[in-house]
Design a protein around this ligand. Structure first.
Ligand code: AMP
Ligand code: MG
Length: 291
C-alpha cells in the first residue's frame, strides 16, 4: 500500500516535471500557451517566471493564478538620490542634489505619479565637472533649487497629499530602492549634515536589487543588467535621479507582474552597505557606491 502510494506520488511529480519541461520549451520558442506571461527576458528569468506560474496554479487551482496573489502594499515609492561627488575621493561628504520619487500603484501595476526636485548643496555649493558629467545636473539647476531641508518638507507634503504618510486613512505604502545606499549612505549623511532627525518613513524599505536576485535566483546586479535580463533597455539618461528611479520602478513592475510579493527586506538598523560590495556582480554599469 505504502509503496503504491509512493509510486503514484513519484509519477505525479514526474508528470509535473514533464509538463513544466514541455511548457518551458514552448515558452522558449515563443509559443503562446494562454498563460499571459511576459515573452521577454533571458532563460534564467523565463524559467523562474514559469515555475512561479505553475506554483501559483497548483496553489490556487484557477486560470489566472497570478491575479490571486495578495500584495502587502497598495503603493510603492521608488527613490534614487543623486549627490555631489568627486572622482575617486574617499570620505567625500556627499550632499543630495536630486530627490526623485516614482510612485507605483501595486494593484494596477503601473506608474501613477512622479515627484522630482533638485536640492541646493551647502557644504560644496559648486558641482564638480565629474558630478555634472555623471549626473547631467548643471550648476544653475542646483543654484535655483531649495535646500535639502525644504525639499524634504515638500516631499512629505506630497506624500501626505496622496495619503501615504498620515496615519488616518493611510494607504499601505513602502519605499523601494536599488541597493541599500540611498538610505544608509546618502539620506543618513544628509540628515547629519542638515542637523535634522532621520525620517521615520525611511527606516525600512524594499531593496529591489536584493529582491530581484532572490526572486529570479540570479546574482545581484545593477539596473542595466537587471533590465537586460528582463529583455528591456534603460529608458532615459543613466545617473539622472528621475530616470534611474523610473527604470528601477520598471524593474519593480516586472517583479509584480511575475508574481513576486514585494515586502520590506532591509532597514536602517540591519543594513550594512559594505556587506554588499559593488564589485561582486561583475556589472558594467558599475559605479562607486551602487554597483
Ligand atoms: P547613481 O544613482 O548610480 O546615479 O549614483 C548616486 C550617486 O552616487 C551619484 O549622484 C554620485 O554622487 C555617486 N556616484 C555614483 N557613481 C559614482 C562614481 N563613479 N564616482 C563617485 N561618485 C559616484
Ligand atoms: Mg541614480
Amino acid at each position: 500500500m505504502a509503496s503504491s502510494t509512493k509510486k503514484n506520488l513519484d509519477l505525479s511529480k514526474e508528470q509535473v516535471r514533464f509538463h513544466l519541461y514541455v511548457a518551458l520549451l514552448l515558452y522558449h520558442f515563443g509559443i503562446d500557451q494562454g498563460f499571459g506571461l511576459e515573452g521577454s527576458g533571458d532563460m534564467d528569468i523565463r524559467r523562474i517566471r514559469l515555475k512561479h506560474y505553475y506554483k501559483y496554479e497548483l496553489t490556487f487551482q484557477c486560470k489566472n493564478p497570478l491575479t490571486m496573489i495578495e500584495q502587502q502594499f497598495e503603493y510603492i515609492a521608488v527613490v534614487d538620490f543623486e549627490a555631489t561627488c568627486e572622482d575617486q575621493q574617499d570620505n567625500y561628504q556627499n550632499e543630495i542634489i536630486e530627490f526623485p520619487i516614482v510612485l507605483i500603484n501595486v494593484q494596477q501595476q503601473t506608474i501613477v505619479d512622479k515627484f522630482q526636485s533638485y536640492c541646493r548643496p551647502i557644504i560644496n555649493p559648486i558641482l564638480s565637472k565629474f558630478c555634472t558629467d555623471l549626473t547631467g545636473i548643471e550648476q544653475h539647476q542646483v543654484d535655483s533649487a531649495p535646500t535639502f531641508v525644504e525639499v524634504l518638507h515638500n516631499v512629505e507634503t506630497w506624500l501626505n497629499e496622496r495619503k501615504l504618510l498620515l496615519p488616518a486613512n493611510k494607504h499601505t505604502f513602502a519605499f523601494a530602492t536599488d541597493g541599500p545606499w540611498d538610505f544608509t549612505k546618502f539620506l543618513q549623511l544628509q540628515c547629519q549634515l542638515s542637523s535634522i532627525p532621520y525620517p521615520q518613513w525611511a527606516t525600512e524599505w524594499i531593496d529591489l536589487r536584493k529582491e530581484f536576485a532572490h526572486f529570479y535566483s540570479v546574482k545581484r546586479c545593477g539596473i542595466n543588467k537587471m533590465l537586460a535580463k528582463l529583455g528591456l533597455t534603460f529608458d532615459g539618461r543613466p545617473h539622472s535621479g528621475i530616470d534611474d528611479a523610473t527604470n528601477i520602478a520598471r524593474i519593480g513592475l516586472e517583479l509584480l507582474k511575475d508574481g513576486c510579493i514585494l515586502s520590506l527586506n532591509d532597514s536602517i538598523h540591519s543594513s550594512d552597505p559594505k556587506s554588499t560590495p559593488r564589485n561582486n556582480n561583475n556589472d558594467d554599469d558599475s559605479i562607486v557606491f551602487k554597483d
